[in-house]
Design a protein. Sequence first.
Length: 351
Amino acid sequence: MKTYLVTGGAGFIGSNFVHYMLNKYSDIKIINVDLLTYAGNLENLKEVENNPNYRFVNADITNKDAIERIFAEEEIDFVVNFAAESHVDRSISDPEIFVKTNVIGTTNLLNIAKHNWLIGDDEFKEGKKFLHVSTDEVYGSLGETGFFTEDTPLDPHSPYSASKASSDLMAKAYHDTYKMPINITRCSNNYGPYQFPEKLIPLVINNCLNNTDIPVYGDGLNIRDWLYVEDHCKAIDMVINNGRLGEVYNIGGHNERTNIQIIKTIINYLNEKVNGNITEDLIKYVKDRKGHDRRYGIDPTKITNELGWEPETKFEDGIIKTIEWYLSNKEWMENITNETYQEYYNKTYNK
């Protein structure tokens, strides 16, 4: 039985990964480490909390003693590092926490995994791997044409993306210096169940249902490549099992949309299916975000050619599945849109 240490497993992508893996495999064990900050929620994992192959540990990845204790108690085969501060707006107002979690936390995990897996000079125990989950934002911004490849130079523009680029380079350094078994994945924007409503799609759904203004940065024409979260989880599983050591794999959805297209798609669906009073009148253009990248686009040719991965969920289908999930889980949304979130929302958008 292989044991996975999943960090940030109570967050959006991490919790979806835990669900995906436990549904797919009966012969694995998952240790989920999460500090349960505002975006981490154990309600995301209620369906698996009694699974004998699952264990939750409330800990900070920057806490050396806590992480070392887990490695002492368990024979960890794979570390899958989702744990990160990930919201650009928050990074602009409070960069230091992003450096602490994303850079120092990742380095702490790398150090402890290396110590436990190293058996000789540049020799590691067989079957171990550290998979560091990153983002396409480390590449910076694209023009109207072209795509990010694994060879695109890193050019982060926000404190968030700079902290992720830094953690990527630390992971790369551990492979280059110590020959540690590592992969890095860089994914485009994810959407799907359990996403905290500071991110675009759940924010729009939540605000529509509550008849609240929908903030749109600048002209709303910033472009992102969208990937349904389950497709991302499948890709990570493939990289863990078959990715070439030391390699970076880009994971993209071939679903480029402007922000305003996404917003109008959600409004139109809710207007037709839920409430005819939900209209585009809710859209409120606000001052553009500092350092706002214009376009992201991922070229996933490498992971497709090497591992056979392709996105399976068309955006037209995935967005409906996502909206319907939030409509069916209004209690979940109400439980996490607490005062802390509302204060943050007002501070960020209601200027």
